[in-house]
Design a protein around this ligand. Structure first.
Ligand SMILES: N=c1c2ncn([C@@H]3O[C@H](COP(=O)(O)OP(=O)(O)OP(=O)(O)O)[C@@H](O)[C@H]3O)c2ncn1[C@@H]1O[C@H](COP(=O)(O)O)[C@@H](O)[C@H]1O
Length: 106
């Protein structure tokens, strides 16, 4: 099982955004701003949907990775942290009591 996680990728994105490296896609996207990055996010979302409805498993994995990366870039450009999104998701678990049920099973 992969040990890689979104928090690590969020840190990489922040570091690459600051790098100013001409070879960095992240730095390039940051320099072009939220409009361009959000456009790329939308394209990756559509490509993910196409892979899913095509039942193309490998493409679905690849496009999902592109989607999550570009999503983190857009969050960073807008000053939203992954933690804030996770807190929002966590708050929703309370609605069904599912988190408490899962915790009781541990
Ligand atoms: N996870 C990613 C990642 N996923 C996708 N991409 C890039 O996203 C870009 C967009 O994909 P497209 O197929 O749409 O590319 P394109 O056709 O060249 O783009 P356009 O012509 O539409 O502008 C590609 O250049 C991919 O390389 C990524 N670029 C970077 N990362 C991560 O960010 C780190 C830092 O990367 P750099 O910023 O490039 O150093 C990497 O080590 C990775 O961990």
């Amino acid at each position: 099982m992969s040990q890689f996680d979104l928090a690590t990728l969020e840190k990489i994105v922040a570091e690459r955004a600051r790098s100013g490296d001409a070879n960095s896609w992240t730095a390039k996207l940051f320099s072009r701003g939220t409009g361009k990055a959000a456009q790329k996010l939308g394209e990756e979302a559509v490509e993910t949907v196409i892979a899913a409805v095509s039942h193309d498993r490998q493409e679905l994995i690849s496009e999902s990775a592109d989607l999550l990366y570009h999503w983190l870039v857009v969050l960073a450009l807008e000053g939203v942290s992954l933690d804030e999104v996770m807190a929002e998701l966590e708050s929703r678990t309370g609605r069904s009591g599912i988190a408490e049920k899962a915790a009781r099973k541990e």
